[in-house]
Write a protein of this length. Structure first.
Length: 104
């Protein structure tokens, strides 16, 4: 499990089930856009569970404004997407090398 922590020590991003997938989170200046980068340093992995806690960064998340962008030529579809206020959980079906999740 890999965590990127916010100032209070609570994880912003938790990647469950893959030791070699690293996450980076960026908030675009002067917007509410959040960009999550996922890089895989091992063989391709499937069904990676992601937990995101944006408390203190955005007030709420609209499920309709979450999308996956993948140069890996895999289906750009998120599974098990749930949103509760400013927290979300999702599953990335497949990650060969690099994926991006954008939250507007």
């Amino acid at each position: 499990m890999f965590n990127i922590e916010n100032k209070t020590g609570e994880p912003l991003v938790t990647v469950v089930g893959s030791k070699y997938v690293l996450a980076n989170i960026v908030k675009k200046i002067d917007t509410d856009r959040i960009i999550l980068h996922f890089v895989n340093y091992s063989k391709p992995v499937e069904n990676i569970k992601i937990k995101v806690n944006l408390e203190g960064f955005v007030n709420s998340i609209n499920k309709e404004n979450i999308r996956l962008i993948s140069p890996d030529y895999v289906p750009e579809e998120l599974k098990n997407l749930t949103v509760k206020g400013n927290k979300l959980e999702l599953t990335i079906q497949k990650l060969d090398i690099y994926n991006v999740v954008v939250i507007d």
